[in-house]
Design a protein around this ligand. Structure first.
Ligand code: AMP
Length: 482
């Protein structure tokens, strides 16, 4: 208890009294921390002071979660046949329809500004090429309404050719006689890039006739487009009805291994960090993770809904007033599951939502009227970091603050750096898509993480425990004989 009882540990308790003695744990309160079931005691306790107190005894987590008896639960539910199982015997001379996610950002001059998605697609394509297959590569780009030149895949050809070390051909459409002619003349070990599959509205409607036309170009199917796997589109789901085998590409497989496998069957203690703007957009993720994690750290704009639900004033911070009951029920659920749910104990507040706003650090319980919380404070960073020190698996989704403004990026960047440090110590670190990916990239630690998801919506849905149609439709993994 020594660390928990030190004055420094309690200096930011949300006490309404400022006297130093009132900030210290009274003997009975201190005893309560020891006497009750340790993991449950560290779980969020409902009342504001109590809940925030839990953050300050995070060091206890190290002692207790290890012996909490929470064993591994579940197994990967989406074990699918992988492209890695296909050898030259399966692939030589075969036409393989590969759905990739090449939806890269382009500037006004059609230059690729971030080629991550192209690079991520390369291992699968190279495996197919080295085994003598003819790769028919399909992707969407942007959200075109019909044929829209600025969403053509043509600007991708040079970079794709460079990365693959061969000259990639490109078709002007994704179906039709011209495409069929190009396919017919493809030599083994070559790539034909089809035009943006969303130039046809039938793609997103998953129309069987369109899927059949796409499938008719090939002998078998590889889905490597994790970013669109949560959508049942013709090129992700529809084609599987006509092509056998239909298998997972290496990228898709890796996403499933981490976001489904490592999360369902984690090395423990397992922590999740969830941030972002609104609790409403993360309800599914929080609820699902509460079933799996030992520790849940919350940050970002959503924390103010939790504070308000506990009767704290939040000034002009972002609050979803219709989600106060939900916040309360999530806190109760965490408690009943024995999950240590930690809210930030201090916040960086601003006098306006702007990069050059005046700012100061206050305890979470002392946000004045007219000020808004835009980042987690230094005490919270320390508490969160201490809690993370105890973990063996961490998944992160959503920034801790308005990290687009440098002044309010400190919490998010500190978490990114902490995860990089933990990765170096053998902790499995998973960045679950969206803005947290941008944050680790901004800090320059992306390559340190165990896994960075390439799919925002798809990774969220997977973390919510949903099945992804583009994955479900693939062939089941063949069990290895014992
Ligand atoms: P999401 O897409 O839900 O993960 O939310 C990401 C967005 O949340 C980012 O654009 C952040 O600027 C925003 N955000 C994070 N913290 C706050 C906050 N305290 N107040 C308002 N917006 C926030």
């Amino acid at each position: 208890m020594a660390s928990a009882a030190s004055p420094a540990s309690f200096s930011l308790l949300p006490s309404t009294s400022s006297s130093s003695s009132s900030r210290r744990l009274s003997a009975p309160a201190a005893a309560a921390v020891v006497l009750r079931s340790p993991v449950r005691r560290l779980g969020f306790a409902g009342a504001a002071a109590d809940s925030l107190l839990t953050a300050h005894v995070a060091s206890k987590i190290r002692e207790v979660v290890g012996r909490s008896g929470r064993g591994p639960r579940g197994v990967a539910t989406m074990a699918k046949r992988s492209v890695g199982e296909l050898t030259a015997a399966d692939l030589k001379g075969k036409k393989v329809f590969v759905r990739a996610d090449l939806n890269v950002p382009l500037d006004e001059n059609q230059n690729i500004t971030d080629d991550t998605r192209i690079r991520a697609a390369v291992p699968t394509i190279k495996h197919l090429l080295s085994n003598g297959a003819k790769v028919i590569l399909s992707s969407h780009l942007g959200r075109p309404k019909g044929v829209t030149p600025k969403y053509s895949l043509s600007p991708l050809v040079p970079r794709l050719s460079e990365l693959l070390g061969i000259k990639v051909q490109k078709a002007d459409d994704c179906i039709g006689p011209e495409v069929e002619k190009l396919v017919a003349s493809l030599p083994d070990g070559s790539v034909l890039l089809l035009e943006n599959v969303r130039f046809h509205k039938e793609e997103e409607k998953n129309e069987p006739e369109f899927a059949k036309k796409l499938a008719s170009l090939a002998d078998l199917f590889v889905n490597d487009a994790f970013g669109t796997a949560h959508r049942a589109h013709a090129s992700t789901e529809g084609v599987t009805k006509f092509l056998k085998p239909s298998v997972a590409g290496f990228l898709l497989q890796k996403e499933l291994d981490y976001l489904d496998g490592a999360v369902s069957n984690p090395k423990r203690p397992f922590a999740a960090i969830v941030g972002g703007s609104k609790v409403s957009s993360k309800i599914g993720v929080i609820e699902s993770l509460l079933e799996k994690v030992d520790i849940l750290l919350l940050g970002g704009g959503m924390i103010f809904t939790f504070y308000k639900a506990q009767g704290l004033s939040v000034g002009s911070s972002l609050v979803e007033n219709d989600k106060l009951d939900l916040a309360t029920s999530l806190l109760k659920k965490a408690k009943s599951k024995g999950v240590s749910l930690l809210l930030p104990t201090d916040v960086v507040i601003a006098d306006k939502f702007a990069a050059d706003a005046d700012s100061k650090v206050v305890p979470s319980s002392a946000i004045p009227d007219g000020w808004m919380g835009l980042d987690i404070g230094p005490d919270s960073i320390k508490t969160f970091s201490d809690a993370l020190d105890a973990t063996k698996t961490v998944i992160w989704n959503g920034p801790m603050g308005v990290f687009e403004f440098d002044k309010f990026a400190v919490g998010t960047e500190a978490i990114a750096k902490k995860l990089a440090e933990l990765s170096g110590k053998g902790v499995t670190t998973i960045i679950g898509g969206g803005d947290s990916v941008a944050a680790v990239e901004k800090v320059g630690v992306a390559d340190k993480m165990s896994h960075i998801s390439t799919g925002g919506g798809a990774s969220l849905e997977l973390l919510e425990g949903k099945e992804l149609p583009g994955v479900v439709a693939l062939d089941e993994a063949v069990p290895v004989a014992a």
